[in-house]
Design a protein. Sequence first.
Length: 182
Amino acid sequence: MNVLESILRAQDGASVQRLGTQFGLGADQTTSAVSALVPAIAAGLRRNIGNDGGLDALMAALSGGGHSRYLEDPTSIAQADVMTDGNAILGHILGSKDVSRQVAARAATQTGIDSGILERMLPVVAAMAMGGLSSQANRRGSGMLPGQKTAGSGLLSMLTPLLDRDGDGSIVDDVLGALGRR
């Protein structure tokens, strides 16, 4: 299951329903907004993983950030600390508020939802995306160490969609390409 599916299916859709209620959107609008925002978050994570120490930082955040609560308890996304957490996540993966505004503007064009709503929603969706990754890590065995190469299990299989830039199902060429750019 990918990150988008994790968010959309969390608590049988209760997390997305709560998100929609929080931002005054209907179910279809909320699903559309999340579907438009998550790819930009995933791209930012993918870029960040390619940086020195990026994978280690992501693994540390997944193991110690408590992000899974954002999907396990839909009421948690209305708490003030989710915005702080989400903005910190966005700062790491997107780099600046200008990029966040561009992401929201692009999503507004795709969805027809006001960009101001999407700007306010983006940190919550970022926290939920980390929650999806964290939940997947816990389900698949977060005990896998960064150096382990157990194909099809643990964090490696969870991160494959983020690392597989060319979509060929293999991350070997993508990781080697990233190393060659350094």
